[in-house]
Design a protein around this ligand. Sequence first.
Ligand code: NAP
Ligand code: MG
Length: 484
Amino acid sequence: MTGLDFLPAEQRRLFIGGQWTDAEGGGTFDVLDPADGSVLCQVADATVTDGKRALEAAVGVQDDWARTNPRDRGEILRRTFELVAARSDEFAELMSLEMGKTLKEAAGEVAYGNEFLRWFSEEAVRIHGRWMQAPAGGSRLLTIKKPVGPCLFVTPWNFPLAMGTRKIGPAVAAGCTIVVKPAQQTPLTMLALAATFAEAGLPDGVLNVVTTHSSGEVSSAIMADPRLRKLSFTGSTGVGKVLVKQSADQLQRVSMELGGNAPFLVFEDADIDAAVEGAMLAKMRNMGEACTAANRFLVHSSVSDEFAKKLADRMGSLTLGRGQDDGTDVGPLIDDKAVESVTQLVDGAVKAGASLVVGGQAHGGPGFFYPPTVLTDVPHDAEINREEIFGPVAPITTFETEEEAVAKANDTEYGLSSYVYTRDLKRTIRLAESLDFGMVGVNTGLVSNPAAPFGGVKASGFGREGGFEGIEEYLETTYVALAL
Ligand code: NAP
Ligand code: MG
């Protein structure tokens, strides 16, 4: 089964309490193909009542699920991992259709996203408390870890699988139940994942999926219920702030993976070819539609011409096209608004004095394409250096000293990922300690790894996904004072 057939019409609906169901009133909304704007299919459009039903299902099985043996929870994750791996091509094609990314990138995401299920299948059996003697002697201090309880996950369209598995993996491992609300532009991959979890033996009600085009209303209604104990959100900083405020009413625990504005620093002692290679990865992964995307290239003035030329040669040789076609390097952006916003940022930079080396002109459609673009002499305070570009555009700014590089890099409200290219070990340590970012890539353009704690500071949010830290977001600590 390939393409849309991988998700039969029966499953293009809500998944609540282990059942595929229509939305109340039978409403649906369209899922579009970003390569030409045509309608791929419809999915159920959940109402507030449907959202509440999904939470009810999650709440109903929370106690049973929390009591399930850790090994059993781990085995379900492991079986799901095996099934997703066996269907990697099918997942990749479905994701490519709804999101636009190339099949190669989609397969990369399936492998990456699926690793969270494997990692947390292994973490499920390593949840433990501690036992210690009170400092003054006498009593013993014990801790017990317990699942937080029912969770709501709100996920974005740019990584339809991975942004789900890095939340679902640890929540299932910890013994939490879940309602997921995927992005309306890419609901299909999440529905296929839910079907796969069910096949792997996840009990009914542990994972529920509500697709809706009324995201605010449905999530508000779920969050208004005191039985929801946790919200994990990946998306824009603006929506994240709204959700943090909403979480205050019931004091839900919150994890926020928000926007980024990653600096990519290239020092005079860097291996320039390696830096260009890393830049291609950090910039062009997912057409630049990644929160970790290198957003600003800060290059030492003595190597900036060489770096810009080599980067422009590579960027200019990429082929735009439909993600499912052979030979496509760069797929479409997610929608017309994305093309408009990238166009405005590039035009604004040119007006502010930047020079176009390659690209810079939207292709006009059909489909939401924007060509790989390199800009040099971009003023530090240009809007393109302040806003998340979310497209295949590399603005280059120069610096003279390490101090200046760090000051420019940190001059942003965001703090998710950063990248540095240098061969100087002492400098590397100074940078790792002085860059205000949750992640620092050293001589690499890719930081994401399921075994590492992914997350940001400042306007990029709080909480960590992956690594040993990832499961803590789904655990509460009970402390027991034991008198002797
Ligand atoms: P978005 O507009 O914030 O949407 C993200 C999710 O929130 C979608 O499911 C969306 O549903 C939902 N949503 C929108 N308004 C809502 C509201 N009022 N209440 C509840 N849910 C609401 O972000 P996006 O444009 O889809 O994604 C791009 C952003 O995500 C970028 O800023 C990027 O950096 C960030 N991101 C961060 C990470 C990370 O780990 N830090 C990873 C990936 C992406 P609808 O689809 O219905 O609008
Ligand atoms: Mg949106």
